[in-house]
Design a protein around this ligand. Structure first.
Ligand code: SF4
Length: 344
């Protein structure tokens, strides 16, 4: 059985041609799935009944199921999606007045192992397919009945280590005949693999690139982001500059503030010197405490002074609002609470 969300529109046309069907049937199927959110072929009422049955025997639209749900008082919804092999990943919807953002996972677990993140505690079990990445949009849409306007690939996993599936999923979500989300509203977040950033810059996709920097010098970054041991900040900045030169899109630098670790005035000054060399925005993120992880959030005064120091140096800095604090907000927490780990 093939996963419909894993195949391209032209492959769907071929699949239907093998059933003796004209090409326009593919358009009808995609409209049902993407525009109307109908994932059961039996409900696709403008298709002949025998075709609906034949499609159901060959293709499946949803391969996972929401196994747990956590709702925060501010409207953030977090789902644990269990896949057909029993592995599970988290996906999050963050609603706001004029936008609704889906935060999607790209791997089961994460091989990067950031010292402050629950998703990396158990390593990685496998990559998600493009269809599994996309399917999270459908589970979120049914769980929260909101139209998704923005997507961030910032959940579990490192998108650039699952490059082909990530790019295929992004192409589907920005395709007007499928997801129809503006590419400018799609963000790929990476800890930074210079060669893959350069490759992404050469795709015809005007997406936003976010680099998870988290430290303003190589020594501290190697402690906080183990996978960065082999990648210097210099190499990362060069790749980010290349991305801007190719795509004309400002890069976002993500920086999780950890109390007493990377929130000092000296760190702010070092970060400012790096960021001023790029066309970029800086996103500061207040650390969300994670059981079993030895870090604390920054003090409010340290956070404010860090932010002001960057702003005084002319940087475009945002403090990302802390959302979903009562919904196991930190990446990987819901999965651990539900006893899912990649070593099971
Ligand atoms: S913060 Fe992101 S890259 Fe780091 S371990 Fe967690 S999921 Fe992986």
């Amino acid at each position: 059985m093939r996963h419909l969300l894993d195949i391209s529109p032209s492959e769907l046309v071929e699949e239907l041609a093998a059933m003796g069907q004209p090409a326009y049937r593919a358009r009808q199927v995609l409209q049902w799935v993407w525009q109307h959110g109908v994932c059961d072929f039996a409900e696709m009422t403008n298709l002949p009944k025998p075709l609906r049955a034949e499609l159901a025997g060959r293709l499946v639209v949803l391969t996972g199921r929401p196994a747990a749900r956590s709702d925060a008082s501010d409207g953030v919804v977090k789902l644990l999606v269990e896949w057909s092999d029993g592995q599970a990943t988290e996906t999050v919807m963050i609603p706001a007045a004029r936008r609704c953002t889906a935060c999607l996972s790209v791997q089961v677990g994460c091989p990067v192992g950031c010292a402050f993140c629950a998703s990396g505690l158990d390593g990685v079990a496998r990559d998600l397919s493009a269809g599994e990445i996309l399917e999270q949009l459908f589970h979120l849409r049914s769980a929260a009945a909101r139209r998704i306007t923005h997507v961030v690939l910032m959940g579990m996993g490192e998108p650039l280590l699952n490059y082909d599936a990530t790019v295929a999923a992004v192409r589907a979500m920005v395709d007007p005949a499928r997801g129809g989300i503006s590419a400018r509203r799609v963000t790929v977040s990476t800890v930074g693999l210079p060669s893959q950033i350069r490759r992404l810059a050469r795709e015809d996709l005007p997406i936003t690139l976010a680099i998870s920097l988290h430290a303003p010098n190589d020594d501290l970054r190697r402690q906080l982001v183990p996978a960065a041991r082999a990648v210097s900040i210099e190499a990362l900045l060069a790749a980010a500059s290349d991305f801007f030169a190719r795509r004309g899109r400002e890069v976002t630098l993500e920086y999780v503030l950890l109390g007493g670790v990377n929130d000092t005035p000296a760190c702010a000054d070092q970060l400012a010197r790096l960021a001023r060399r790029l066309r970029c925005n800086v996103n500061l993120i207040r650390f969300n405490p994670v059981p079993g992880v030895p870090f604390v959030p920054p003090r409010e005064s340290a956070l404010r002074s860090f932010l002001e120091r960057l702003r005084r140096r002319g940087l475009n800095v945002h403090l990302r609002a802390s959302r979903g604090a009562d919904a196991e907000a930190a990446c990987g927490q819901l999965r651990r609470r539900n006893g899912k780990s990649v070593t099971e």
